[in-house]
Design a protein around this ligand. Sequence first.
Ligand code: LLP
Length: 384
Amino acid sequence: MFSDSEIQKFRSLKTPFYYYDMGLLQETLDEVKTHGLSKGYHVHYAIKANFNFEILELIKEAGLGIDCVSGKEIERALEAGFDPEQIAFAGVGKTDDEIKTGLDADIFSFNCESLQEIEVLNSLAAETGKVANVSVRLNPNVEAKTHKYITTGLTENKFGVNPENLPELFIKLPDYKYINLTGIHFHIGSQIRDLQPYIDLCKKVNMIQDMFERNEIYLTHVNVGGGYGVNYEDPDGEPIPDFESFFNVFDEHLKLRDNQQVHFELGRSIVGQSGNLISKVLFIKEGITTNFAIIDAGMTELIRPALYQASHHVDVLTSTKPEKTYDVVGPICESSDTFRNGISLPEIERGDLVAIRTSGAYGEVMSSGFNLREKVPAYYSDEI
Ligand code: LLP
């Protein structure tokens, strides 16, 4: 995966750091273009996954829009040069200030997650004299078959309006003079590797569209969210997710009305495989049942293993010795600060470099200053 010259360069840099493969990001975007944009689909990149300007630049060049979940994310997208008409704004708890940021920017759509939010948006829009475009985020009660912390489309989850509450919206809608209801929005969860949940989602979307039609509401677009997963076990075997199969599901199963657009909000599947966390081995400690490889990156740089029991592939970059069994752990004072348990790796010594793979999404953006750790730098393959 890494060339000798890259590893040579890594040796001269202070660790830990994030390293982004911009060639792979470009190839991934090309696949999204070939299988998604070419069908007329609109793809908003979920900026929460990684908001580095270098990464946003390639994504913007590829013609994607942005999906935001905070006012600061809207500001970031605008600063990166994205067209407000390609910005969608979701989130269950938008503050008045954040709503005003979206109104000021004339964004494409507020993805509203409760009836009260729509009412508040109507009043705030009235103050500005603007009419806000709204998509109602609906909770389709579809099982995404992923970790429960990143499941969002079940009745028990806090996200979206239950379809049972739509009749109330249909009654109130004519009173909302500053709301233009243009679409419906869904997002059932993240790291979804099986396509069946998306087929189930399409069936629910079709039923819900019928409800709108019965109420004579024409929707210009349907936003089916993101959530498509990546291969954490074998990043070199599957560096780019199978976007052809993904987009085909919607092609086959969504029943669209005339001139209706389909929107997606993909985060992890776009940037996940392009990022790596490069770290140095500080100490080797022989344990009773395993050997601990204690590295200088921790849950402060990549919280996914500690938070979601996620398993990221680990490569040793500087050893080709026979394998031994290791627990790869960080330096933070938490037992959950463990990247992998009991894995076979070439024998490691103090000073060896390791790469924690598939760290491009929800890695750097979720970093923290716990233990007063400093933010670590990012490097890009086209710069070093
Ligand atoms: N749209 C909405 C409304 C979302 O909430 C999300 C992610 C996305 C799109 C993009 O989902 P993606 O395509 O990246 O799966 N920190 C967790 C993931 C949290 C995802 C939150 N919402 C993790 O590291 O697994």
